[in-house]
Design a binder for this molecule. Sequence first.
Ligand code: NAD
Length: 266
Amino acid sequence: MTGTTSTTRRFEGAVAVVTGAGSGLGRASAVRLASEGAHVVAVDVNTAAVEALVAELPTASIAVTADVSDETAVVGYMRAGIEAFGRIDVFHLNAGIFGSFAPIPDLEVDDFERVMAVNVRGQFLGLRAALRHYRDRSESAGEPVPGSIVFTASIASLRGSADLLPYQTSKHAVTGLVHGAAVYGGPLGIRVNGVAPGIVPTELFAAAATTKGGGNDMTARASTTPLRRAGTPENIAGVVAFLLSDDAAYTTGEIVSADGGASIVN
Ligand code: NAD
């Protein structure tokens, strides 16, 4: 049982925004949601990557080039999705960057601000856009329109390390977005959760391996987790799909670990 495939169709005809869909976890999430019937609004700064993804998806889906940290671009990807499909039902707010590995005294302000812009400001802008969209739809419908939002958090949302301060600070902030939005959205029927991956080899780690001290030992670290391996993007996509679906109808405000058990080891 690898949990990488699905025969269920929980998102038949639904419309899903996935940010950072051009690579890694976002790509796997888009593939999973489309395989369950969703039309995907695939958002990324990398135009070629999202266009290639959409060409492979089995549902009518669109690629949108947008930097999630840019307020105008976020309005743009929402508008593109609504123009294409009339509405958006679920959101996987996933785009993120690692930033620099460095001891805290060696960090530059730019290192910190670059990561916070994408991982916090970008996630806030996506959240606000989603909640505004649900509010608009509810006003039109004359009753609350339910919704579901999943953020990609991280094991770094829950724990610290000595050389990854901007990233772990940004991912702790994602926990705050999940908690606040879940309390706001609950009475409106809007669930908000996060998935917290551990180590999943993706482009993110390839980039990290080239920065100071970073990334190189990730595979070795993954082999010490209780499940003794790194995760796959599909492993994470399965959790995202569950949290976005009605199978998780009574789950909100949770950061669900998908880390091979890494976060429970003392
Ligand atoms: P990845 O680099 O493979 O994919 C990230 C995608 O996001 C890329 O396609 C990139 O172009 C896009 N992107 C980056 N900045 C963007 C921006 N400003 N606007 C729009 N798109 C942007 O990385 P990944 O491993 O798939 O990471 C996805 C998410 O998962 C991130 O939030 C990351 O922090 C989180 N995460 C990853 C791991 C892991 O082990 N890979 C672990 C924990 C959390």
